[in-house]
Design a protein around this ligand. Structure first.
Ligand SMILES: *Cc1c(COP(=O)(O)O)cnc(C)c1O
Length: 446
């Protein structure tokens, strides 16, 4: 499958081979990751990567774009149907530039914007202080309440007081349904554009496993590589409601992407998006989306039955957020690294009212999109939940320490001790056995 790389570049091909092995024999539980189909991989590896096509279909700055126009139009038509929107731009290089283009289209530098605070589950690009979106615009974040749900009372109060140009709904670490209708009421009252960033849940939305934002918001942005199960990329969509608010909105979005912040689109990726959306239109994808949620509820129940606390005490979607504060603060790093040794991949994450910091947070974010793509069901989730709980209990006594030096020596000692931990070794073997029963990329050898 990578015969040419193998012949030409042994160093690179060895690395690719080891990464394929890692994916095959580990449990991928980072909720923003997934496994694309062989068809999507082929599109990504296609000759369309050779082309320059600045501009939009039928309006390009380069010749030779007849077939690029066709593939981009195919992707656009499929996205319109799947998301029930009026206009689609499939050129964003990824989710972050898609979001930045929305600012360009709706705000002037320095104007007020609102998004869910990062440590409460919001995304960097929703106005976090170190992001360009927080530096170039006046960001007024809203928060979750202590129960982990969005604080709509605070949002309404801040929106009426600060009159933002743009309000973001959507999140990157939020285990509950996004209540688009509540956001719409507040944004309409404040006169703001409402953009929903469904990067995480796009696959659930098209599968009918999460409600759709299309009748509530003006703009929808998404990545294409999370639950949607496509190549790394982004899309921006304008709804009927968006065009009613501003008939020029679609134009403004297109101009913001090109020539606003990007040059030529990545046409091989556009082809892969078209293939992905074709897969999402099939009835099997509805089952896939529903199973992601069923699996996640089973995983959440298993964790809670084994003494693990979850933010909001459960989940409505594809992810859960483990709250490790019953064991102390800043313990995410110990759990993430211990799980890694057992070949269970997750990420440390902040939790609402985080008592530590984004780099040493007190939570673990994990989810089921990738495992569901492998064919795993509730029975496997129950088992995996038990393993994760065992590992948490195994390392919960480790302390981070307050100052930099104590932290370093505590972490060094932890890493030395868990290297040969028998429980982690035993679970790693069980994980391998489970993965063999749910083969990934069967027949694909690097
Ligand atoms: C992942 C994500 C993004 C950004 O996507 P990148 O492709 O990593 O730039 C934007 N918004 C949300 C809510 C996300 O979860």
């Amino acid at each position: 499958m990578i015969e040419f790389i193998k012949q030409e570049d042994k160093q690179a091909s060895d690395i690719l081979k080891r990464e394929l092995q890692r994916q095959k024999y580990g449990l991928e539980m980072i909720p923003s990751e997934n496994f694309v189909s062989r068809a999507v991989l082929e599109a990504l590896g296609s000759v369309l990567t050779n082309k320059y096509s600045e501009g939009y279909p039928r309006k390009r700055y380069y010749g030779g774009n007849d077939f690029i126009d066709e593939i981009e139009e195919l992707a656009i038509e499929r996205a319109k149907k799947l998301f029930n929107v009026e206009h689609v731009n499939v050129q964003p290089y990824s989710g972050s530039p898609a979001n930045f283009a929305v600012y360009m289209a709706t705000c002037k530098p320095g104007e007020v914007i609102m998004g869910l605070n990062l440590t409460d589950g919001g995304h960097l690009t929703h106005g976090w202080k170190v992001s360009a979106t927080g530096l170039f615009f006046k960001s007024i974040p809203y928060h979750t309440k202590s129960d982990g749900y969005v604080d709509f009372e605070e949002l309404r109060k801040l929106a009426l007081e600060h009159k933002p140009k743009l309000i973001w709904c959507g999140a990157t670490a939020y285990p509950r349904e996004i209540e688009f209708e509540k956001y719409a009421e507040i944004a309409d009252e404040a006169g703001a554009y409402l953009a929903s960033d469904i990067a995480h849940i796009a696959g659930l939305v098209v599968a009918g496993a999460h409600k759709s934002p299309s009748s509530y918001v003006h703009i929808i942005t998404t990545t294409t590589h999370k639950t949607l199960r496509g190549p790394r990329g982004g899309m921006i969509m304008v709804t009927k409601k968006g065009l009613e608010k501003d008939p020029e909105l679609a134009n403004k979005i297109d101009k913001a992407i090109f020539p606003g912040i990007q040059g030529g689109p990545h046409d091989h990726k556009t082809a892969a998006i078209a293939v992905t959306l074709g897969e999402a239109l099939k009835p099997e994808f509805k089952e896939y989306g529903a199973q992601i949620v069923k699996n996640c509820k089973a995983l959440a129940a298993s964790l809670m039955n084994n003494g693990i606390k979850l933010v909001t005490n459960g989940t409505d979607n594809h992810l859960c957020l483990i709250d490790l504060t019953p064991f102390g603060k800043g313990k995410g790093i110990f759990v993430q690294e211990a799980l890694d040794i057992a070949a269970i991949t997750t990420n440390k994450n902040t939790i609402p009212a985080e008592p530590s910091s984004p780099y040493y947070p007190s939570g673990i974010r994990l989810g089921t999109p990738a495992l569901t793509s492998r064919g795993m069901k509730e029975e496997q989730m129950k088992l995996i939940g038990e393993w994760i709980a065992q590992i948490i209990h195994e390392v919960k006594e480790y302390e981070l320490g307050e100052d930099k030096e104590t932290r370093k020596s505590n972490l060094d000692r932890f890493r030395e001790e868990i290297k040969d931990n028998p429980l982690l070794k035993e679970i790693r073997e069980k994980v391998k056995g489970l993965c063999e029963k749910f083969p990934l990329y069967k027949g694909l050898e690097y």
